[in-house]
Design a protein around this ligand. Structure first.
Ligand code: DQA
Length: 147
């Protein structure tokens, strides 16, 4: 693993209210819990990590641009923007580093509008339906790809 093994973990809209949001779907895990899981997995893998959340599509686009130069890989839960954002598709497609998409829920088992995923069609890999463990799996997969 090189010194430059820094990874960017991005979280999209409404993930800041996990724990209070639709517990039947997402359980009681909070974004803080997920951050702890990610930091633990990154420590084990030897990655430095930048963990962020925003409710704004353009901010996600600008953060993805940072991975053109500054990060070895990206984990992203684009949340609802996965289903609507061609801009996020294009930003992911422009990257040469691996991008692993995560959804806590199995979006394929849910409403038909969640079966369109513009990020998945540009991502390196997708984990959906494994809950918070999907983030750990995403970090492990980046470690495999970058190791
Ligand atoms: C989600 C799934 C999306 O469909 C939804 O809009 C979210 C959360 C997930 O992690 O399961 O906000 O990305």
């Amino acid at each position: 693993m090189t010194d430059s093994a820094r990874i960017l973990v991005l979280n999209g809209p409404n993930l800041d209210i996990l724990g209070r949001r639709d517990p039947a779907q997402y359980g009681t895990v909070t974004l803080g819990d997920i951050e702890d899981i990610v930091r633990g997995a990154c420590e084990d893998a030897g990655f430095a990590v930048d963990f962020r959340q925003t409710n704004r599509e353009g901010e996600l686009v600008e953060w993805l641009h940072e991975a053109l130069d500054d990060f070895a890989g990206v984990v992203i839960n684009p949340a609802a923007y996965a289903h609507t954002s061609v801009a996020l598709h294009d930003a992911v497609e422009a990257l040469t580093v691996p991008v692993v998409e995560v959804h806590l829920s199995n979006t394929w088992k849910r409403e038909p509008f969640r079966h369109v995923d513009h990020v998945a069609t540009a991502a390196t890999a997708v984990f959906a339906g494994a809950g918070a463990d999907g983030y750990r799996l995403a970090v492990l997969h980046l470690a495999t790809l970058l190791g």
